[in-house]
Design a protein around this ligand. Structure first.
Ligand code: 3PG
Length: 212
């Protein structure tokens, strides 16, 4: 899958809803009910970070949830890409980008939302054909004002900013012409997960859905 084809797919996924939940699954039993709760609230695109031993199995479990589009986040290596694809991930997300990682996404046909944080990183990815990128870590790297400034010289790149975004500041990003959606973990609070409070997750998802 070429970078241009990957970005087309990534754009399609980013346009499904204003927010992509960034999910850390510690307990595999949470995976399916959590995905159902988020989809019920109106957030179909889900990013499961490969940061816990349960992550790949969680992707497998969530991939069966109707209406969901489950991807793998925190992709760092070609092995991560291979494992994510095998688990059923429909897309990938990475905090940054390396040639080895990008080559693996082409090889395994995994649409990637590659991370970038500077003008040169954004340009390097654009040169390869990635017109849809993750801006990370969004708040720490300059936030919405930075993305607005980047949109003047490089309007052809669209972003999913992630990192430090919540209900409070999401609208600052979503109002910009170069933003497709935002990513964030605030819709999946640890305490709600621990309690198995799926109604609360659905409420937070619906609130996020209503941002746009
Ligand atoms: C991450 O990689 O953890 C994401 O950027 C989520 O960031 P957040 O927890 O600040 O939403």
């Amino acid at each position: 899958m070429t970078p241009a084809e990957q970005s087309l797919k990534a754009a399609e996924i980013c346009r499904l809803a204003p927010v992509v939940p960034v999910i850390v699954v510690e307990d595999l039993a949470h995976a399916a009910p959590l995905a159902r709760a988020l989809v019920a609230g109106g957030l179909p695109a889900l990013e499961v970070t490969l940061r816990t031993p349960a992550a790949l199995e969680a992707i497998r479990a969530m991939a069966d949830v109707e209406g969901g589009v489950v991807g793998a986040g925190t992709l760092l290596t070609p092995a991560d890409v291979k494992a994510a694809k095998a688990a059923g991930a429909k897309f990938g997300v990475s905090p940054g980008a390396t040639d080895r990682l990008l080559d693996a996404c082409a090889e395994y046909d995994l649409p990637l939302l590659p991370g970038a944080a500077t003008a040169s990183e954004i340009m390097a990815l654009l040169e390869k054909g990635y017109t849809v990128q993750k801006f990370f870590p969004a708040e720490q790297a300059g936030g919405a004002p930075y993305l607005k400034s980047i949109g003047s010289p490089i309007p052809q790149v669209k972003f999913c900013p992630t990192g430090g975004i919540s209900l409070k500041n999401a609208r600052d990003y979503l109002g910009l012409s170069n933003i497709l959606c935002v990513g964030g973990s605030w819709v999946v609070p640890k305490d709600a997960l621990a309690r198995g409070d799926w109604a609360e997750v659905t409420r937070l998802a619906a609130e996020a859905r209503a941002l746009r």
